[in-house]
Design a protein around this ligand. Sequence first.
Ligand code: PMP
Length: 445
Amino acid sequence: EKQRPERNETERLDREYTLGTWTRQRDFDPTQIVDTEGPRIVTADGDSILDFSSQYVCTSLGYDAERIADAVSEQIREVPYVSPGWSTEPRAKLSEKLADITPGSLKKTFYSTSGTEANEVAFKIARAYTGKHKILSRYRSYHGATAASLSASGDPRRVAQGPEIQPEVPGMIKGPDPYAYGSSLDPDESLEYIDEMLELEGGTVAGVLVEPLVGSNGVLTPPDDYLPRLQEIARDHGALLICDEVMTGFGRTGEWFASTLYDAEPDIITMAKGLTGSYQPLAATTVTEEIGEYFEDNLLNQGHTFSGHPVACAAGIAAIDTYEEEELVENASEMGSYLKSELEALADRHPSVGERRGVGLHQGIELTKSERERVPFEERSDKVSSKQTVLDEVGARALENDVYFYTSVNTIVVTPPLTITEAHVDEAIAALDDALEISDSAMDE
Ligand code: PMP
């Protein structure tokens, strides 16, 4: 049984009247956050917690980006909303800015409000443009929560409720991942496998969808040449390369986009989270000039009331200005190197750390019960159960030490805001150093 302080009025109301996400409601018992300071969140009981998750890997600017607060309140006073059929300055300028910072010939942007939708939009665009219908993605992936995006995900949540209750959208096929530590195929073989899948599908695949660096399914780093090779394979079979940069975009890996880091030129990039630093809900699907041209004479049969919402777009511009002026992409790269060496030192000290992975401020450590081989403490299916795993205990101990980490599929995800300093890294590593005693002592003999 989890120990928690007695619920306050807010927590009681929330528990009583809100349906919690991704959980049996019995397990929904959230702690109230009343304040924030820099990269920290503060509970109603006054605990100041260093956020080394950036929540859902999205509050990349920390919690005191004044410039966004100003831009948002100004925009609300000037033009709080008009439908997407009208033009507003924030949308026009943000679109121009995205064309500028995204790789290759990516140029035109379609707006929505979540990463999930950004991917749904990408599917529609890829299908209309190629005249084909299938989407090939990979098993260790998460692309969103609604019908098509969840069907394209390999995440345990896709099958958690049973296919009888939540049938999958047809046309979604999945291949292997370049995950040497936890799979029987090596990265080269995984690419050959995908090549063969595309061959056998006989030219019916519209798009190959990947997270360039897998996030919530275990922070999986591909070999350096993986993405360019995948791009070539996709093109050879007439499929578009769609990079889901919902988590990796906006400097997280030390480059504006992970596609750039890995020298790929995707046909479509989807983004959300860091686009506004999560100060406003905003997502984007950016396509190449060529795809944009196609829709000059062909119907783009998609739209949302809140597409290109002016207040959200104003937040997006202010967020990008903040990344640029505070040199946060560079900071992600520098702090990332420091974090990497500190995590590797932790891995040396703790036998239960099996592997460190990731780049920039998108890193993680996977735990193992055995020093000789990978024996996970947490199975994939545990992610959607109420079971308390050793991984949960490690996370809970870190939180007692006032540092919050997101934990997922046997991995402690280390994804702080891009605003952190070395002192923050030291604080987080000390908390983790203590917490990993739990997994060390739970190892097999
Ligand atoms: N793609 C990736 C890679 C993600 O990490 C997420 C969210 N964790 C999504 C898509 C879905 O985004 P959202 O939760 O905003 O719908």
